[in-house]
Write a protein that binds this ligand. Structure first.
Ligand code: KIV
Ligand code: ZN
Length: 496
């Protein structure tokens, strides 16, 4: 079996698309979880794109060990200089440089002829090699390029020292058999291809990013690039968890093996969703809330007789353990800790006390506290202590859609009370909080969903605030009272 190198670009291609700038702390938290997951390469950002990205790449390069830390550049010397500086303290640094190779990119975007593109590609790789031995070259829009020209570029950059060659389907245009053919063509027609690893990088515009990546692997690629939960530009990137579980489940099908610890998949997915604010659809393969749920009578009957009838993946394999104890208001601290450990959290001492107190408050409101509730409690407890605290709130509605909210906030120890009207309770609430805090950011998105299924479920509110400088901040709030959850989410975003 060939080794499949797993290249995670959640923090670069994933983040780049969200309009959200994750801060360094958030990126580091995701980076640490990716190390636990066992990916081989983390693309931490595009350092030349902003000071924030530079700082994030620098921090991940310094902090994360046992993994390759990669930074993206254009085929531009200044980008490469900045990237090299960001990667200076990395144990295993990689520079990922490249240029567009399709006629559309060369003519419309770059205004360069094919010879000039080859020259720029080769110079960039040689320049990056002065800094690091591990240089990956991306042939942007490779799928829409002329295969013979693509082979020429790839041969030239390998001669210049590229250790990995990435052949992206940048716009998600390929069908699996065509993408597989392109990878096969490059492997067959590039004389020095043995000196480099071939990488697949697919986008999901036609819903085929996972299928295309797998076709490329089957055709001989040994590195796959993608993101957790498939987040990314437009319709997203290849979902790494889907590729990992496809090759795990169909061991004989692809001829490759990865070193990823599948049991960390669920925790990684939840963390990425929590930090980015991008909700995972319930029916999403592998990590959606319904992925292991059997709703129809026939399926339930079959699964009870033998799991294999309708289940191809054991939930435990991706880190969703079977639940043998039911948690309620009668459960002790130890039972809670035991279940949290099964879900992948290790907590004790003051943190356990804090979570247990909030667990009891929730258990008073719900008959049974489910795993989804625990994920929420843990997410909440990991939030930094806020300098804005909701002390009290009340809402009055007039039955015609209008509402008045009264809110008491404690901001850095000082208590403020105010009231405002709005179209409905949430609008009134947010207007009041704006009056107290002087918030000028615009509410770009607000969503509310229930964490579990019953009418006593926890409500999860997500708020996205856009600031004048373009920065988007995501806040989350949880409560069995959905108006309170909304207030908490708004305050959480403001506090960030
Ligand atoms: O989709 C793409 O072509 C990319 C490259 C910059 C690697 O993300
Ligand atoms: Zn991409």
């Amino acid at each position: 079996m060939r080794k499949l190198y797993v290249f995670d670009t959640t923090l670069r291609d994933g983040e780049q698309s969200l309009g959200i700038t994750l801060n360094v702390k958030e990126k580091l938290e995701i980076g640490r979880q990716l190390v636990k997951l066992g990916v081989d390469i983390i693309e931490a950002g595009f350092p030349a794109s902003s000071p924030g990205d530079l700082e994030s790449v620098r921090t991940l390069a310094r902090e994360l060990k046992g993994v390759i830390i990669c930074g993206l550049t254009r085929a531009v010397e200044q980008d490469i200089d900045i990237c090299a500086e960001a990667l200076r303290l990395a144990e295993h640094p990689r520079i990922h440089t490249g240029i567009g190779v399709s006629p559309i990119h060369m003519e419309m975007k770059l205004n360069l002829n094919p010879d000039q593109v080859v020259e720029r590609a080769v110079s960039a790789v040689k320049y990056a090699k002065k800094y690091v031995s591990d240089v990956e070259f991306y042939a942007e829009d490779a799928f829409r390029s002329d295969p013979a020209f693509l082979a020429r570029v790839i041969e030239a950059v390998i001669s210049a020292g590229a250790t990995v060659v990435n052949l992206p389907d940048t716009v998600g245009y390929a069908s699996p058999w065509e993408y597989g053919e392109l990878i096969g063509y490059v492997i067959q027609n590039v004389k020095n291809i043995e000196q480099a690893t071939v990488s697949v990088h697919c986008h999901n515009d036609l819903g085929m990013a996972t299928a295309n990546a797998l076709a490329g692997i089957k055709a001989g690629a040994s590195q796959v690039e993608g993101t957790i939960n498939g987040i990314g530009e437009r319709a997203g990137n290849t979902s790494l968890e889907e590729v990992i579980m496809a090759i795990y489940t169909r061991r004989d099908g692809y001829g490759v093996k990865s070193k990823v610890n599948t049991r960390e998949i669920s925790a990684t997915s939840r963390l990425v969703s929590r930090i980015t604010g991008v909700t995972v659809p319930a029916h999403k393969a592998i990590v959606g809330a319904n992925a292991f749920m059997h709703a129809s009578g026939i399926h339930q009957d079959g699964v009870l007789k033998g799991r294999e009838t309708y289940e191809i993946i054991k939930p435990e394999t991706i880190g969703v353990p079977q639940n043998l104890i039911s948690l309620s208001a009668r459960s002790g601290r130890h039972a809670l800790q035991y279940r949290l450990e099964e879900l992948g959290y290790s907590i004790e001492g003051a943190q356990l006390d804090d979570v247990y107190q909030r667990f009891l408050q929730l258990a008073d409101l719900k008959k049974e506290v489910l795993d989804q509730d625990l994920y929420v409690l843990m997410g909440d407890s990991e939030n930094p202590a806020s300098n804005i605290v909701l002390q009290n709130m009340s809402i009055a509605t007039n039955g015609l859609g209008q509402a008045t909210a009264t809110v008491i906030l404690e901001i850095e120890g000082e208590v403020f009370t105010d009231a405002a009207c709005g179209n409905g309770p949430v609008n009134a609430l947010f207007n009041t909080i704006d009056r107290i805090t002087g918030n000028l950011a615009t509410l770009e998105d607000y969503t509310l969903k229930s964490v579990t299924r019953s009418s006593e479920a926890l409500g999860e509110a997500t708020v996205k605030l856009r600031y004048d400088n373009g920065r988007l901040v995501v806040g989350k709030g949880f409560s069995t009272d959905i108006i309170q959850a909304s207030a908490k989410a708004y305050i959480n975003a403001l506090a960030k």
